[in-house]
Each structure stands twice: as C-alpha cells, then as structure tokens.
Design a protein around this ligand. Structure first.
Ligand code: SF4
Length: 262
C-alpha cells in the first residue's frame, strides 16, 4: 500500500478500521488499558480483530480493590494476554523513604514523581518491547488532550507509533458502545466516579463537574495528567520505518464511532 493510499484509508477510517490497520501493520502491538470504559471498547474491538491481543495494565500498587477484581473478571471474559506492569521496587522504596506514602498530596512535583515511578517508568520500560501502542484517550477529556492525533510517532517512547482510535469519540459514544455490545463496566462508575485511577488520587464527581475533576482534586485547576500522555507534535505526516502514516488532529475527521458510519 502506498503512503497516499494509507493516508486516505486512515482519514476515513473508524475506530475498528484503525485498530485493524494497527494489528496488520505492526508486528508487536500493545493495547494499554486502565480498564475504564474506553479501554473496554478497545479490548472488545481488538478481540474481534485478532485472536489474543496483548493488553498491558499498570498495577501502581495504589489501585482500588474494585479495579483488581474487575480486571480479573475481564481476564476471564476476554481472550486477552494480560501483562500486569509493576513499578521498580527499589525506585518505590527510595521514593517512599524520602517522602512517605502520601507525597502526592504535598505538591504537584511530588505527585508527578509518584506518577513517574508508579506509571510512567514501568510503561516506558515495557513499551521497548513493541512497535506500536494503543490507548483509549479522547480529545474532549481535557484541554491538554484536545489536539491528540489518531496516529503519531511517540517521541517519549522511542518513536514507536502511538494509536488513539477513540480520539474523536464523546463520552456518550463510549457508553453507547458498551451498552450496545453488552459489555460490563468498572463498578466504581456506579458510585459516581467518572474517571478512575489510583485510590488515593481519585474521587467520585458531582453532576456538572468535569469528568476528570475527581483526579487529584486537591490540586484545583492542574492539568489532571500523569505524564503518561505528554502532548505529541501533530504537525504533519510522520515517516515511520519507511512508511508514512497520517497524523490527524481534527475531531470528526477520523475514528468515528461505528454507530455513525451508516
Ligand atoms: Fe501516585 Fe496518585 Fe499518581 Fe497513583 S495517581 S501514581 S498514587 S500520584
């Protein structure tokens, strides 16, 4: 397939087509999942495309008990190969030795350090084993995600390809997909959570609050990011291993929900 054909293909592609392209194109693909609603859309789609998609999840050591139980439930329901990534024990011990077990409440810098040790570093180490990774980000989740490309080189992870099939999806698109396919959801959604991360850093939200307002809520107007997804330059086409792929930034241009394709 020529570069132009590939570009046109992805420009009109929906989320399933983008996923199928990813699994066709790259030998080693990691679907990185926190087992929130978006991840379940991607896991469901991936299992329809390839026999046993490889799913990576981060066990930060601070997750809700409900998250562990839900992951086990999904592991029994879907034919995924699950890699549970843990932080480096020595890094955690050094960090907690300096500042204790609740340093994230002291400052954004210390919160970022905790996220780096428990999330960013383990993911970065694991992604060295892959050519591409898939994530369930959506542009409307935060202002910092508003320009998220569907496909781009990821300079933070050795320039492997980062694929964001749900970039243009709305929250209701996600929940419509789960309902339409009979997919269960993380139990904390039923307790008012609208975004689910580590237990001490996530609370339920109130009606009308931003969906990520419950993450690091004590920080007020911080960016609500843990540096897993630093902004990626989406200035044009990227050359990837002799192949060019589209870098799409306009919401609605691609990754349309399946329900909108007719
Ligand atoms: Fe640490 Fe909180 Fe980040 Fe989890 S979300 S890694 S507990 S700062």
């Amino acid at each position: 397939m020529s570069a132009l054909e590939l570009l046109e293909d992805l420009s009109d592609a929906d989320a399933e087509e983008i996923l199928a392209w990813a699994y066709r194109t790259f030998p080693r693909v990691a679907l990185v999942a926190s087992f929130q609603a978006e991840a379940m859309v991607l896991i469901d789609m991936a299992c329809r495309i390839v026999p046993e998609p490889e799913v990576l999840t981060l066990d930060t050591g601070r997750l809700h008990e409900e998250t562990h139980r839900y992951i086990e439930q999904i592991r029994s329901e879907y034919p995924i190969r699950l890699r549970i990534l843990s932080p480096d024990a020595a890094e955690v011990e050094a960090m907690t030795g300096r500042n204790g077990n609740m340093q994230f409440r002291q400052s954004i810098a210390l919160r970022n350090e905790c996220c780096a040790v428990r999330k960013v570093n383990p993911l970065a180490a694991a992604l060295r084993d892959y050519d591409a990774w898939i994530t369930g980000l959506r542009r409307e989740q935060t202002p910092t995600r508003a320009e998220t490309p569907v496909v781009a080189e990821d300079p933070g992870h050795g320039n492997i390809t980062k694929i964001v099939p749900l970039a243009a999806w709305s929250r209701s698109d996600v929940w419509d997909y789960l309902a339409g396919h009979g997919i269960s959801h993380h139990p904390l959604y039923d307790l008012g959570y609208t975004s689910i991360g580590c237990a001490p850093c996530t609370r339920a939200t109130s009606p009308g609050e931003d969906e990520r307002a419950g993450r690091w809520w004590w920080e007020g107007d911080s960016e609500k990011e843990c540096l897993l997804h630093p902004p990626i330059d989406a200035g044009g086409l990227s050359a990837l291993r002799g192949r060019r792929v589209s870098v799409l930034t306009e919401p609605g241009r691609s990754a349309l929900p399946t329900s909108r394709r007719q």
